[in-house]
Design a protein around this ligand. Sequence first.
Ligand code: PBG
Length: 315
Amino acid sequence: MRRLRRTRTLRELVRETDLDPRHLVQPLFVVAGEGVREEVPSMPGIERLSISELVAEADELQAGGVGAVILFGIPASKDEAGSGAYDPEGVVQMGVRALKEAHPELVVITDVCLCEYTSHGHCGIVRDGEVDNDITIELLAKTAISQADAGADVVAPSDMMDGRVEAIRSQLDEEGHPNVAIIAYSAKYASAFYGPFRDAASSTPEFGDRRGYQMDPANALEAVREAELDLAEGADVVMVKPAMPYLDVIRRVKEETGARVGAYQVSGEYSMLKAAARQGWIEERAAVIESLTAIRRAGADLVFTYHAKEAAGWL
Ligand code: PBG
């Protein structure tokens, strides 16, 4: 077996998995204001950006070969109904317009969820201490429509309500957006690895947790079922999240559905790598490339990662 491992060119000749900037999606946090670039303390190298900075960031991403971004909004104020999520003049909607104007060919994906916009931090409308599924999906569909109206190419529901893909697909079609695609966060686990993101978006639930809607980390068959349901409801891509602790789930969803599969290397995965690298405990560049290659090898067609811009430079 060692004959084909002798030199770099021999190894590259027989390599099974390729990793290219075009497979990566850069998550970006959008805030209100002018000329704002705010460091996220728990995510070194990641900043909250106001619109002009967002466009500048997209210039750099495109120059580096990253062709897709996903936007998360941090609104100026939050309320019980998460109304900032579906405000036509909301931060994400304005960000989408600015990005598409500056870079028509950039794939602009929008996260569809209420948790960054609700005062209580849950992903939907709370009734009697629980997130109400069917009221929430109406507002999620409204959010998706407002993002599509602004020019989003793809909407990505991350809330884990039942039936949301169908609600979003049918309303997109009715409202004149038949070409807007859906990347469904189908197998989104109730994970401890979202901590730094909640810090970035100030979206930690005020009471309780998200286990009543996000998946139990112990389950894999259920992930396949979630993916199948989302595909039947009209999803174009199904996603597994987090990525590294769930490589087996990525593989199973890929094999059992044959669909396009996305994987989300989440904030906690990013921050762990950054923290260890800063301590000099791991070699950052090699560890990041290895982690992204492993996610691709497991079966992910596209990888959402906070390392996208940096990794593209290394590739
Ligand atoms: C919104 C959403 C979350 C993430 C993506 N979309 C947060 C959550 O569910 O708490 C997590 C992303 C990350 O940790 O990088 N629901």
